[in-house]
Design a protein around this ligand. Structure first.
Ligand code: IFM
Length: 462
């Protein structure tokens, strides 16, 4: 069957500043919470730092040339707050501003649409010393930063994202697995509430100062959970926790319906984690956006018994967390849920989707170049996206995570998501098979493929 996408469909690739730029202490950039976290023993699986990563700060022209050769229509990148405002507020770092002007200019000269994220997890360390996301003052700090970005780049960039995946801040403040490494659930809940208020205030600022052609949205990742046994209380509890208590519902409900959901409110009150909320907060958070960015990676089938078995194996020292079952068909269900449950009617971009290759060290580059599994996965996701579009869901673009292998947060360099292999010693980029496959998809506006096999019953009920 032929899967054709609209002529103006925005085919893109995505990265984020901290994961690809490197130059962590060059040209006036301030330290971020990740620069500090990487230095805590045991925090990063392979002990690496973000000091150099892919060095895109110096090699951006080469990367953009490759994007152009591939026919990429849009590049989703993020600004580093600490490169713009090394202390988080106050003095602007002109060299940081100049870097992003160069990057954006180069993209536009090559006909690639910039899609810019304001915050992708790298808070200036100076602000963490003042309490970071848990301090309500962050609403002032963030809008000051957003204003600098809009004043500096508003003429050049038309697609803006306030936040990428708010949940990461919970992983950093409530679970201790990401920067800044705090394990304080109550503080984490407050941090996330403050972040949502920052989002809404930034949208309000945007409406005041930006022309109508410019669009702003937010990116929330959806890992939808499904109880495997619909009559099993433990499976159902896992589903609820994964979706509402510490999953997408935490954000989508206040952003698109208003306030926290009944389930989440009850949970937070019971745990004494309900954040301090000011009178207009829920109106601010619900400020209408121009688009919604869906980061989709997988659907998750919850089975409490299987999970307990896995826990035992993990406790015995095995590495069992990285080969989950693949459920690309969940994207179809998720796209419907966005419309039917959250009433999202603005255009949707799939702002990230991708596939991991685990690199535990010692494997040659060649092992990673023939990435048929990535091609299969991305193709199947796109088939289900196509089907949702046939149903009338307004999807305008799709970005592969990622253009190149990069620093995967607390997994360091052990997870490769790239269409290009990155050699972290020489900084050479080598295209994988998926890069030429994706380039072909873009050139012909789609692909031929047999219809995907029937979906898992727990997801699509078939
Ligand atoms: O690398 C991350 C990215 O920063 C945010 N979304 C998920 C990706 C893969 O884990």
């Amino acid at each position: 069957m032929r899967y054709d996408f609209p002529k103006d469909f925005l085919w893109g690739v995505a990265t984020a500043a901290a994961q690809v730029e490197g130059a962590a202490f060059e040209d006036g950039k301030g330290a971020t919470i990740w620069d500090a976290f990487c230095r805590l023993p045991g925090s990063i699986r392979d002990g690496n730092t973000m000091d150099v990563t892919c060095d895109q700060y110096h090699l951006y022209e080469q990367d953009i040339r490759r994007m152009k050769e591939m026919g990429i229509k849009s590049y989703r990148f993020s600004f580093s707050w600490a490169r713009i405002l090394p202390e988080g507020t106050g003095k602007v770092n002109e060299e940081g501003i100049a870097y992003y002007h160069r990057l954006i200019r180069c993209l536009k000269e090559n006909g690639i649409v910039p899609n810019a994220t304001m915050y992708h997890w790298d808070l200036p360390y100076a602000l963490q010393l003042k309490g970071g996301w848990g301090n309500r003052e962050i609403v002032k700090w963030f809008t000051e930063y957003a204003k600098v970005l809009l004043d500096s780049f508003g003429d050049e960039v038309d697609i803006w994202v306030t936040f990428n995946e708010p949940i990461a801040t919970w992983v950093g403040y409530g679970m201790g697995l990401f920067a800044p490494g705090l394990k304080d659930e109550k503080y984490g809940r407050q941090a996330l509430h403050n972040l949502l208020v920052c989002h809404g205030e930034t949208v309000r600022l945007f409406r005041k100062i930006m022309p109508e052609r410019a669009k702003i949205g937010i990116v929330v990742d959806v890992w939808r959970h499904y109880a495997e046994r619909k009559d099993n209380a433990e499976d159902l509890a896992m589903e609820l926790a994964g979706n509402e208590i510490a999953g997408y519902g935490w954000f989508l409900h206040p952003l698109f319906i208003g306030g926290y959901s009944g389930e989440l409110t009850a949970y937070l009150k019971e745990k004494d984690q309900y954040p301090q909320i000011q009178e207009d907060d829920f109106d601010i958070i619900k400020e209408p956006v121009d688009f919604y960015g869906l980061n989709f990676y997988n659907g998750i089938i919850d089975n409490a018994d299987k999970e307990k078995e896995l826990e035992k194996k993990r406790a015995a020292g095995g590495n069992y967390q990285f080969k989950p079952e693949q459920h690309p068909e969940a994207v179809y269900d998720v796209l419907h849920m966005l419309k039917e449950k959250y009433h999202i009617t603005v255009p949707i971009y799939i702002t990230e989707n991708g596939y991991i290759q685990i690199d535990d060290g010692g494997q040659p580059m060649e092992d990673f170049l023939e990435d048929e599994e990535r091609i299969d996965y991305i193709r199947t996701v796109l088939q289900w996206v196509h089907k949702a579009m046939q149903d009338g869901i307004d999807v305008r673009g799709y970005y592969v995570w990622s253009f190149l292998d990069n620093f995967e947060w607390n997994a360091g360099f052990t997870m490769r998501y790239g269409l290009h292999y990155t050699d972290y010693q020489t900084l050479e980029r080598v295209p994988k098979k998926s890069a030429s496959w994706y380039s072909g998809v873009i050139a012909s506006g789609g692909f031929d493929a047999p219809e995907p096999e029937s979906a898992h019953s727990a997801i699509l009920g078939s």
